[in-house]
Design a protein around this ligand. Structure first.
Ligand SMILES: Cc1cc2nc3c(=O)[nH]c(=O)nc-3n(C[C@H](O)[C@H](O)[C@H](O)COP(=O)(O)OP(=O)(O)OC[C@H]3O[C@@H](n4cnc5c(N)ncnc54)[C@H](O)[C@@H]3O)c2cc1C
Ligand code: SF4
Length: 588
């Protein structure tokens, strides 16, 4: 029997990126907030110390900071015809665990999706006609660009993003991304200093008539005091960014941007090593009463709250809705139902490796989001009328690390071990320039999330089941962009090069990206979305669900800039609208 606790104004599940944003925004509005976090407390000074943070074996290979499947696993299959099996280790994506969530060990690529991404169905239908979108389940998001833009701005000034504007209030800016949607002001920090490889790539792109620009980066190009008054240090380009926490206070995370302020607030409380098991509904079935959670000693508690906010990472948010019986589960056979619908991922896998025998790139100088990018083949920046797909991909030449264990590039045909491998790895380290792509992922009827009928977690609850494969539209898009990458690579005149190919058959083993989207999507139609335009559940009006689970489909960019913008957007809706008139913010 769970012990009943005193009521709070707000109960937040998970204290990662979105939980911290919501916690700060709602305590600032005077609400009493409790965050219930499954993993441990983590702090830069004590847990991410520069003395040991660069331990590649511990953090990058043995994945010390990530969620272990012994705590929560998932099952996966590529199609309805298959039986899903549990992932025994997280590989394809690496969910976070502990205060700060996956934002602790992210890279810091901080993008804004475009205005056209938010209205993708309307935009593409108007430009190419509805027939072009057949077999795709595309949906508009809800907010207009002028509504959502200030929320992107808030996140960028919180994180101190280093970058160069390409479109200031509708005016194209030299050196920035001309395809981005209008921004109200410049980035808070100048771009990162470019390494040699990215500089060469940028020069060649300009020569070829493309529009290169520096990656928008939450690694600090200079010391910075953020919008909450928290000071961050300049990045040392140490190269231990992705999969690691930053011991230098130079990568934006909840720890370096929000928690120093939030943890001091008397109206904020954090309970760590406590896992939310379920949302409990009131008798009316339309409002949430409380959450049940279990602490590390196995004691169960019921925490009542006027507002419940899911901030547990997209996949976990969807599972929590399904476990709590909130919203109609999606059925891929009928296309009916909303929870689990429009699960998407990130298309990739078509990059190029260029070896230059006469150049030295010093890859040990690196940072999570360091490099030059171009969006000439992203989104709808290029004409698709004669192409057999929609969507696109960013292309970038970055330098994030040259770490001793995993960074061992060799020319094609090299044995994978032994003396010849040793010789090749010694000769090639430092001579490789990589060009990668990160593509859109569009929804199709048969990709979805639900509860597994067989496999259970340590508490006896069904695991989340992922049914996913890369849709034909997306593989065609990726192959087209790979062709462009191959042309660029050839023009750079390397001594040798290899180009990867996009493939069907999503495989959960090799790392691809922790950019899982959809499953509890936002939209205008309650029969086609789980959330309204403010991330409020259509079914339970005092429940808000943050995270990339709200994306109706994924764009060709990393998601967190947009995830966090939506968190600010939801916080504003709660403060400015919901608190004045509790109840549905949009009539169903
Ligand atoms: C290696 C790596 C690199 C990445 N690089 C980038 C990048 O460069 N750019 C980018 O845009 N994105 C990147 N990402 C993705 C980014 O980290 C996520 O988009 C972001 O952290 C999501 O924020 P969130 O608040 O939804 O979830 P998180 O930040 O993961 O927070 C979720 C929190 O909820 C907790 N939780 C989950 N379930 C429960 C429960 N039942 N009860 C209590 N607590 C719970 C978790 O422990 C966690 O702390 C990267 C991710 C990884 C893993
Ligand atoms: S590269 Fe920069 S931001 Fe990343 S961990 Fe090192 S110092 Fe921190």
């Amino acid at each position: 029997m769970a012990r009943m606790l005193p009521k709070k104004d707000v109960v937040i599940m998970g204290l990662g990126w979105t939980g911290s944003v919501l916690g700060e925004q709602l305590t600032a509005a005077g609400l009493n907030v409790v965050a219930i976090e499954r993993g441990p407390w983590r702090d830069t000074a004590t847990d991410f110390n520069v003395g040991y943070m660069q331990d590649e074996l511990r953090y990058a290979i043995r994945k010390d900071l990530f969620l272990s499947p012994s705590i929560e696993a998932m099952t996966m299959r590529n199609s309805l015809a298959q039986t899903a099996l549990p992932m025994r280790d997280y590989g394809s994506f690496l969910p976070g665990h502990g205060v700060g969530g996956a934002g602790v060990h992210w890279n810091g690529h901080t993008w804004r999706f475009w205005e056209s991404d938010f209205q993708i169905k309307t935009h593409l239908t108007q430009r190419y006609g509805a027939a072009k979108l057949k077999n795709l389940q595309l949906q508009d998001w809800g907010p207009t660009w002028s509504e959502i833009e200030p929320s992107f701005d808030k996140f960028e000034y919180l994180c101190g993003v280093s970058g160069k504007a390409g479109n200031l209030k509708g005016q194209t800016q030299p050196g920035g991304n001309p395809f981005e949607s209008a921004r109200s002001r410049e980035y808070p920090n100048p771009p990162m200093r470019m390494p040699y490889a990215s500089t060469l790539f940028g020069e060649k792109m300009k020569e070829m008539g493309y529009h290169p620009f520096p990656l928008p980066s939450s690694n600090m190009s200079q010391s910075y005091v953020n919008s909450l008054g928290v000071r961050m240090g300049e990045c040392s380009y140490c190269g231990f960014c992705e999969r690691f926490a930053c011991g230098n206070y130079s990568k934006a995370s909840a720890q370096t941007t929000i928690l120093p302020v939030l943890m001091k607030k008397p109206n904020f409380e954090l309970r760590t090593e406590s896992e939310v098991l379920k949302i409990n509904l009131r008798r009316d079935g339309k409002t949430a009463k409380s959450v049940t959670y279990i602490d590390r000693d196995g004691h169960e508690f019921e925490q009542p709250g006027d507002l419940i906010i899911l901030c547990g990472y997209g996949l976990m948010n969807v599972r929590m809705l399904l476990l709590s019986g909130i919203g109609k589960p999606y059925d891929p056979k009928t296309g009916e139902g909303v929870v689990g619908r429009n699960y998407c991922y990130q298309t990739g896998g078509g990059g190029a490796q260029l070896i230059f025998k006469d150049r030295q790139f010093n890859p040990f100088i690196g940072s999570g989001a360091l490099g030059m990018a171009l969006h000439d083949f992203n989104g709808d920046a290029f004409d698709h009328s004669k192409l057999d797909f929609v969507g696109g991909s960013g292309i970038a030449c970055g330098q994030s690390n040259g770490r001793p264990i995993a960074s061992r590039p060799t020319p094609p045909g090299t044995p994978r071990w032994g003396a010849q491998w040793k010789k090749a790895t010694g000769e090639t380290y430092g001579r490789v320039l990589g060009i990668g792509g990160q593509g859109s992922s569009y929804a199709v009827r048969e990709n979805y999330l639900d509860l597994d009928p067989t496999y259970k977690d340590r508490h006896g609850r069904p695991l989340l089941r992922i049914t996913f494969d890369f849709p034909d539209n997306d593989t065609r898009m990726q192959n087209y962009v790979t062709g462009q990458i191959a042309k660029i690579a050839k023009a750079m005149n390397p001594s040798s090069m290899t180009v990867g190919q996009a493939r069907k058959g999503w495989n959960a083993v090799p790392y691809q990206s922790t950019h899982n989207t959809g499953g509890a999507i936002m939209g205008a139609d309650p029969t086609r979305s789980a959330l309204n335009r403010y991330l409020q559940s259509w079914d339970v009006s005092n429940l808000f669900v943050t995270g990339a689970s709200a994306f109706p489909q994924n764009a060709g960019m990393n998601p967190t800039g947009t995830v966090a913008a939506l968190a600010f957007w939801a916080a504003e809706a709660i403060r400015e609208r919901y608190l004045k008139h509790p109840g549905p913010l949009v009539p169903a």
